[in-house]
Design a protein around this ligand. Structure first.
Ligand code: ATP
Ligand code: MG
Length: 254
């Protein structure tokens, strides 16, 4: 497995937000992470991406333990993410926000850019071209020069996905990427997620849109109160009585 979590825990005060969760994501896999509000999904992504250290447990990427590493190191190892609460630089253009992501790339050493070596200018130009290509890939080529603060929430989320892709990650973590999007935009994001997986990236997708999760995921892990209550294919998970009781019951009724 490319990414493996074993018995990962996070406690805040006395509360176990994530209570011994294990899951594995394979190469090129789209893996869903679903569960009710407060189940611990975002906390789990925060630990994988190095935003917060786990209280206990191990996180292994391609044979290397990454738990407790700071987020910029985790990013350089090949894990990038988007945020439930969008985190773009509001005054920068969409293209420049994506360029920030390109600078996290493993093969572009910062020291060379800082020394302004000739190859650095060439790399910078290439990074700019790549940023525009990524914006086109997420359907945003028309808004490359727009300030992030002027974009709709849906468009800001697409810029975040382009930024996450810019570092050519091995694993992309998406925290509710379709929040604030209309149905047509959701369909476009579903296609984008599949295309990302086809080009060899793995995706760990946190999402409340159950139809999207069922459509695009190869496997799904279900969290409830910080614990994994089910793990399997979309069909297996959708039929699981514990999942229906904890999560899908409400969806089915709605
Ligand atoms: N920094 C923190 N300090 C204290 N408690 C926290 C912190 N972050 C999260 N929690 C708590 O941990 C639990 C899990 O929260 P988390 O945000 O991971 O849930 P979630 O599954 O992402 O929910 P949602 O679907 O609403 O986004 C919640 O009870 C939350 O209040
Ligand atoms: Mg969350």
């Amino acid at each position: 497995m490319l990414l493996s979590l074993q018995d990962v825990r996070k406690t805040f005060g006395g509360l176990a937000a994530v209570d011994g969760a294990s899951l594995s994501v394979g190469s090129g896999e789209v893996h869903g992470l679903i569960g009710p509000n407060g189940a611990g999904k975002t906390t789990l992504l925060n630990m994988i991406s190095g935003l917060i250290p786990p209280t206990a447990g191990t996180i292994v990427l391609d044979g290397e333990r990454i738990d407790g590493m700071p987020s910029h190191v985790v990013a350089s190892r090949g894990i990038t993410r988007t945020y439930q609460n969008i985190r773009l630089f509001p005054a920068l253009t969409a293209a420049d926000n994506v360029l920030v992501g390109a600078h996290l790339r493993r093969d572009a050493p910062l020291w060379r850019r800082m020394l302004f070596l000739p190859s650095a200018a060439v790399e910078e130009r290439a990074a700019q071209d790549a940023s525009l290509a990524l914006l086109a890939r997420v359907g945003m080529s028309g808004q490359a020069g727009e300030r992030a603060s002027n974009l709709s929430y849906g468009d800001q989320r697409r810029v975040e996905i382009a930024r996450a892709l810019a570092s050519e990650p091995r694993v992309m973590l998406l925290d509710e990427p379709t929040a604030g999007m209309n149905p047509a935009e959701v369909v476009a994001i579903a296609e984008l997620i599949r295309s990302v997986a086809r080009t060899g990236h793995s995706v760990l997708l946190v999402e409340h849109n159950v139809k999207l999760v069922m459509d695009v995921c190869d496997r799904i892990t279900v969290l409830d109160f910080g614990k994994v209550i089910a793990d399997g294919t979309p069909t297996e998970v959708a039929r699981d009585p514990a999942v229906i009781a904890a999560y899908l019951g409400g969806e089915a009724a709605a």
